[in-house]
Write a protein that binds this ligand. Structure first.
Ligand code: GDG
Length: 730
């Protein structure tokens, strides 16, 4: 069993200083509660900050020893690091931007960024000190976005999972952060990146594809040899723990005392960490609305409000606390009766036995964050309802609302809607409460915390295996040498080279992708050797290939095989084909050009191509799939093939096919070395048509029928140079 090394900003325990020494207690917050019971299995370790600044070396050692017994490893941070990395960059920049509070709170300070980077480095050093071969690293949350990349730079093959516990914003917001590239590159150091919801995955993939020059297909991001997968893993809770707590003696006593206190009054529960994203003030407004517009509920309903102190050194949090104090004070002052107080407000952390009693006694749990990655309080409430009664009111902006669809789902900014939901909840018949609660209980029982850990870890293993199988197909130095050796041993060779994406990179204007001097030199050297038949096989127009390569000693195949030109002869096109279909297809394509700025049509002899490389990101892809759908039936009626390529959609006669063209040439002679290199969909026909002993090489890392792959045109050139340069030696 490989060890898992969990890394997060905070350890799951909080260290506090007492007269007798140091005291360790569980820390609050979703991550600590969620993973706290899981990591203790096996020989796993958890690395993180212990929640206290300890300047003395001797005291640090003392704490390290105490933590070691619990398989915990501290990362000590000094006060300035806490101010700048944690309170500054993490909580004044990343937290607000990721929760869509961008204009109000985010301020971009270079020094905070530098501390953020340095503290991530510090975490990296400690992770590396404790790492053993075979360990799997699981990094958590927004404070450590750079850590996966820093570890990857040192250990290219190690398994790294990353999980973001807060929402990932739309790229429009994310790109406002000055260090957007560095942050994304840091995250992409992981092999698997997990989020709570599918919306977060889409936002992340959208940001990566718009901000970094990498290839993203759906939720897979290809960066060189590594494919990184982004996926949603909605986090669950320790359901058994929350379901068994109400049976404990201490909890039962708490339940009784709450019932005695509130007698006939119904209880609405509100529990959060102090945070503006939790919508605490908005919730108070909705409750005030209820008391104002429905006075019949006064004395019949009480709100139990627990706010757990958090980040109160950050000015916005201190301000929020004051605002909550004032609002609670004013509601209580206006509506209080001699023997009834509308809001029982606690600004403190409560022991779990009290928390469980509060969940058990609440008729309604009001969870209305303005943004929340998941929200575990809502799930804990459901898990605590052993009689299947009680009503959960849940914000549609919490990740949990995607799963707990039987809650009363509300918009937290709409005080009237929340107020009506409270009234509906207070009057909900028991049967309806039980129907809703049962289905939510079933769901959270299945998708519990162990399930979450298991599916994340299983998927990480799969991703790593996928990467390793790609790596074994990558032309390594040894494979390259063996291909070169085989090349030199053979006497009659045929070499098929695709052009765009294989010999040269893509350019925004296709005529800019001209062959450079190095490429011409390679081509000339290869074609000088009388043992070689060099074939350039491209989808480009024959006029274009003729202009660039017409006078070279090579065989040219243009427009996917519609045109061909043998050395020292003119161009021929394959006979018996019709292009009458263009009259019907052209007008359709033109409507797409009119609707999509930046796109254009290229006309070839037997094909029409719709190019969308220079259109707005996302729009081109959307239109291309619309166009595919639009032309599906028309194309098959007319014997045409729709070929999606790299930012193009080509419509061509089915008979024209690079595979057929290549096969025709291969069958003309008895070759003892056949090699084909190509990067796109149309080259797959070549790979499939060639005999088994052919060396087929895909350029880029997508799925392919080729035996090997190379990453980019530079690697292709290196291999070809190997053929010609070694010729001198052999
Ligand atoms: C982040 C994301 C995501 C609360 N009061 C007390 C107490 N708690 C515990 C609750 C719960 C946890 O704190 C709060 O978890 P949330 O999920 O509601 O919120 P965040 O701390 O903001 O967590 C969030 C989470 O990460 C996990 O990925 O769901 O969206 O923001 O477990 O029970 N615990 C104790 N006393 C209290 O007074 N002992």
């Amino acid at each position: 069993m490989p060890r898992t090394i969990i890394v997060s900003n905070r350890l799951p325990v909080k260290v506090t200083k007492t007269d007798e020494g140091f005291n360790l207690s569980p820390s609050e917050g979703g991550l600590a509660t969620g993973l706290g019971s899981v990591y203790k299995q096996g020989r796993d370790k958890w690395i993180g900050w212990p929640g206290i600044v300890i300047p003395q070396q001797a005291e640090q050692e003392n704490i390290t020893d105490q933590l070691e017994e619990m398989s915990l490893v501290p990362v000590f941070l000094d006060q300035e690091e806490i101010n700048q990395y944690y309170e500054g960059f993490s909580n004044e920049v990343l937290w607000p931007v990721f929760h869509y509070y961008v204009s109000t709170f985010a301020a971009y300070k270079q020094s905070q960024w530098e501390y953020y980077r340095d503290v991530n480095e510090k975490f990296k050093d400690i992770v590396l000190q404790h790492l053993e071969p075979g360990d799997v690293i699981w990094i958590h949350d927004y404070q450590l976005l750079l850590l996966p990349g820093l570890i990857r730079a040192e250990l290219p093959d190690v398994s790294i999972g990353f999980f973001l516990h807060i929402p990932f914003p739309s790229h429009e917001l994310f790109r406002m952060i000055p260090w957007r590239y560095e942050l994304l590159e840091g995250m992409l150091g992981a092999d698997l990146i997990g989020f709570h919801t599918f919306d977060d995955v889409r936002h992340f993939a959208g940001a990566v594809s718009r901000i970094l020059p990498v290839n993203v297909s759906a939720n897979v991001i290809n960066i060189g040899v590594r494919s990184v997968v982004a996926e949603s893993f909605p986090m669950g809770i320790d359901v058994k723990k929350y379901a068994s707590l109400p049976l404990k003696k201490e909890v039962k006593e708490n339940i009784q005392s709450i019932k005695d206190t509130f007698k006939d009054s119904k209880i609405i529960l509100s529990i959060d960490r102090l945070d503006y994203s939790k919508g605490i003030l908005q919730r108070l407004l909705a409750f005030e609305e209820l008391l104002k517009t429905h006075p019949e509920y006064c004395e019949k309903v009480t709100m139990n409000m627990i706010v757990v102190p958090s980040r109160d050194n950050v000015p916005q949090y201190a301000h929020l606390r004051d605002e909550i104090d004032k609002k609670v004070g004013s509601i209580n002052a206006v509506y209080r009766k001699m023997d009834w107080t509308p809001i029982h407000y606690y600004y403190r952390s409560l022991p779990i036995e009290m928390l469980s009693a509060l969940y058990s006694t609440a008729d309604v749990c009001l969870v209305t964050p303005l943004r929340d990655g998941m929200n575990l309080v809502s799930k804990e409430y459901v898990a605590s309802r052993l009689n299947d009664d009680g009503v959960l009111i849940l914000s549609e902006l919490a990740g949990a609302s995607k799963e707990l669809i039987d809650a009363l789902i509300v918009n937290p900014n709409n005080a009237l809607e929340v107020c009506e939901a409270i009234i509906y909840a207070l009057n909900m018949p028991l049967e309806e409460q039980q129907d809703r609660m049962r289905s939510m209980r079933q769901l959270i029982a299945k998708f519990n915390i162990n399930h979450w850990v298991k599916i994340f870890m299983d998927r990480l293993k799969e991703v790593k295996q996928m990467q390793r199988s790609m790596q074994t197909r990558h032309v390594s130095a040894a494979t390259e040498q063996s291909i070169i050796k085989r090349y030199h041993k053979t006497k009659k060779r045929i070499i098929f080279l695709d052009y765009d994406g294989t010999l040269v990179g893509f350019k925004s204007n296709m005529l800019q992708a001209k062959p450079d001097a190095e490429l011409m030199d390679i081509i000339d050297k290869l074609s000088e050797d009388p043992a070689n038949e060099l074939v350039l096989i491209s989808g480009r127009k024959h006029e274009n290939l003729d202009e660039w390569f017409g006078n070279r000693n090579i065989y040219l195949i243009a427009e996917h095989g519609a045109w061909f030109k043998q050395q020292n002869t003119g161009w021929h096109k394959i006979s018996g084909l019709s292009d009458n279909w263009k009259h019907d297809i052209s007008p359709v394509l033109e409507t797409y050009v009119d609707r999509t700025p930046g796109s254009f049509i290229e006309e070839k002899t037997y094909s029409l191509v719709w190019h969308y490389r220079n259109t707005q990101k996302g729009l081109g892809e959307l239109r291309a799939s619309e166009l595919m759908n639009n032309l599906k039936y028309l194309a098959s009626d007319k014997g045409l093939q729709l070929l999606p390529g790299d930012m193009v959609l080509e419509i061509k006669n089915v008979e024209v096919n690079k595979g057929k063209a290549a096969l025709m040439l291969v069958e003309r002679d008895d070759y003892d070395f056949i090699i084909a290199l190509g990067d796109d969909y149309t080259d797959e026909d070549v790979f499939k048509s060639l005999p088994d002993n052919a060396v087929t090489i895909k350029v880029g890392s997508n799925v392919s029928a080729a035996k090997f792959y190379l990453r980019n045109p530079a690697e292709v050139r290196q291999l070809l140079l190997g053929f010609v340069e070694e010729a001198v030696v052999h």
